[in-house]
Design a protein around this ligand. Structure first.
Ligand code: ATP
Ligand code: MG
Ligand code: MG
Ligand code: MG
Length: 448
């Protein structure tokens, strides 16, 4: 007889295992394909960007109205993967996640002057009592007011780094290219508060490193360029870009030393870093933007702290945006073929698609192997709940393979007739499965 505690642990393990036996099937996936919505205003298909066309055609997103999109299950899964990478890197720099209301009182935007400065891009509305609100395009005013509302913040409580992942609203003059430029989109926005300019610069460095880690984990080549602060204000600013012909920002880069700047920020064409006389011009998609803000918001909104000597001083701020939905679309834009989505492996909605044989072939044992393979892979950490079986077995393997390639699953496993015969590859696979803890996705690729 096992001790009672041990028995209950065994039981718990069985129960937990039981919950992992859920299988993701393509037949159950809500993925309406090749259907142009009735109210789709896009008349000329040539105006669509590659990512927009592919994501709409393959049921990854769907247009709700011009500039607003339904994130269907496939893009929602990608978004969640991106959010986990960002959450992980934010926690490494001690940033805390919160959620601010999307409605910000208009008076805060009037106090900072941005009610007028932003102009027509600002979505504004009134409640039934005639009180004005902004449907927030960014949250500097809201977060600074939050900090200002806390009395007696001591210098010991800083640095303070607060971020959220939430919807933003901008009445863009030309919403276009799908998720690349929406009227409503999802941004990760981090706001930092420090007690001195030096400390704020340290924070800027730490966040820049976190951004490098995030982009390295996404795996797409990016450029970090010095940028104009614009109406956001502040002293130092950098943009992060993916290089793509659909990019709407012109970048100037120096082949000689690697320096880069956005064209709107440039006053010369000589390289300011090394003096090289030629800067190359190329288009980029802005996927992130960081600003060292100084006291631009803390001053008018009175966000202060108490110094070591008991005096009161204004906080030094930073603001750091990442266009989450834009990163998804820009990744697809950069990597895809004209008729096939290619995701960065870290953001693919499912990493593995398993295709069992067509119905009617006498291979029911092989079909069973598909489920077995699914559960074995599912027990490996890096594949957990990251697999899908294309169980539409009334379709030929060829047709499903073609579709799986178009949707862009990075690993596609076709279970063929010979799968039950022992082969050296299969044995290697079984050995790997037995050592599941030491496996990662890259190890698996040669064997699958
Ligand atoms: P753009 O120059 O493309 O208009 P922005 O400079 O106005 O962008 P920021 O205010 O710097 O944008 O916002 C931070 C990030 O939010 C941007 O770097 C971008 O990735 C994303 N973003 C901005 N506007 C949109 C939009 N309309 N749709 C999708 N993502 C956006
Ligand atoms: Mg803009
Ligand atoms: Mg910009
Ligand atoms: Mg910007």
């Amino acid at each position: 007889m096992l001790p009672a505690r041990h028995r209950s642990m065994v039981l718990m393990k069985k129960i937990t295992r039981g919950t992992h036996r859920k299988v993701n099937y393509v037949s159950k996936l809500f993925q309406p394909q090749n259907v142009v919505p009735k109210d789709n205003k896009v008349k000329n298909e040539d105006c669509l960007s590659k990512s927009q066309k592919l994501m709409l055609d393959l049921g990854v997103i769907r247009q709700a109205s011009a500039g607003a999109f339904h994130m269907l299950p496939l893009s929602e899964r990608s978004l969640q993967k991106l959010i986990s990478i960002v959450d992980d890197e934010m926690s490494k720099i001690d940033a805390q996640k919160l959620m601010l209301p999307l409605l910000t009182p208009g008076e805060l935007w009037k106090t900072t002057g941005r009610w007028e400065d932003v102009g027509e891009e600002l979505f504004t509305l009134k409640d039934r009592h005639d009180k004005e609100f902004v449907l927030s395009p960014t949250h500097e005013e809201a977060v600074t007011d939050l900090i200002a509302s806390v009395p007696q913040l001591s210098y010991r409580q800083f640095p303070l780094r607060l971020y959220q992942v939430s919807n933003k609203f901008r009445d863009e003059m030309r919403p276009r290219f799908g998720l690349l430029r929406g009227k409503e989109f999802i941004m990760k926005d981090l706001y930092t508060f420090d007690v001195s300019q030096e400390a704020a610069s340290e924070t800027y460095k730490a966040v820049s490193e976190a951004y490098e880690n995030i982009f390295r984990r996404i795996g797409i080549r990016y450029l970090r360029v010095s940028a104009a602060a614009g109406i956001m204000g502040g002293s130092i600013s950098h943009e992060y870009h993916f290089l793509a012909t659909t990019g709407e920002t012109q970048l100037l880069t120096c082949e000689s030393c690697g320096y880069g700047t956005s064209a709107e920020n440039s006053v010369t064409h000589d390289c300011p870093a090394c003096g090289h006389s030629f800067l190359q011009c190329r288009p980029g998609i802005e996927v992130g933007h960081t600003f060292l803000l100084g006291t631009k918001y803390s001053l008018p909104l009175k966000a202060k702290f108490t110094t070591a000597t008991g005096k009161s001083d204004f906080l030094q701020m930073g603001s750091y945006g990442l266009g989450m939905t834009r990163i998804l679309a820009a990744s697809v834009e950069v990597l895809s073929l004209p008729d096939q989505i290619r995701w960065p492996i870290a953001l693919a909605p499912y990493t593995v698609c398993i295709i069992p044989p067509k119905e009617g072939s006498k291979e029911s044992a092989v079909a069973h192997l598909a489920e077995e393979l699914y559960h074995k892979l599912n027990s490996v950490d890096c594949f957990r709940d990251d697999l899908i079986i294309d169980n539409r077995c009334n379709m030929t393997i060829g047709k499903r393979l073609f579709e799986a390639q178009k949707v862009g699953y990075p690993l596609i496993v076709v279970i063929g007739r010979k799968a039950l015969q022992p082969t050296p590859e299969l044995e290697v696979y079984h050995t790997l499965m037995d050592k599941e803890t030491s496996i990662n996705k890259t190890d698996m690729i040669p064997y699958l």
